[in-house]
Design a protein around this ligand. Structure first.
Ligand code: FES
Length: 111
């Protein structure tokens, strides 16, 4: 599994989406009020709304197009709607660097 530094924690506004692109992949990253950072695909499973432009409440983001509610921990759409987006592991190291962890298959896709 590979990892990529996507910025410093000070560059991430709280509860506001930040877009990160690698190859054909586009992610939406969110710093939550507890200081953790979450990463999901920036593409709503309904009609491809940009989740980075959604409203964040606790650990959910509401799609800006039709208000589907998506859990930022696991990418799962909340009932009554259904679906999911890929969610990626993110850690903040002791220096405040935000590190995105990639799956093996994803590394090949983005290189
Ligand atoms: S495109 Fe996201 S809820 Fe419709």
């Amino acid at each position: 599994m590979g990892k990529v530094i996507v910025g410093h924690i000070s560059e991430f506004p709280e509860r506001s989406g930040r877009v990160f692109r690698m190859g054909s992949l586009e992610l939406a990253l969110f710093k939550l009020s507890d200081g953790t950072v979450k990463a999901i695909e920036n593409r709503c499973p309904h009609k491809h709304g940009k989740l980075s432009e959604g409203i964040v409440c606790d650990h959910h983001v509401y799609c800006p197009l039709h208000d589907w509610k998506i859990d930022l921990h696991d990418g799962i759409v909340q009932a009554p709607d259904q679906g999911c987006v890929n969610a990626y592991r993110v850690e903040v190291d002791g220096d405040g660097e935000v590190i995105l962890f990639l799956e093996d298959g994803l590394e090949a896709k983005v290189s």
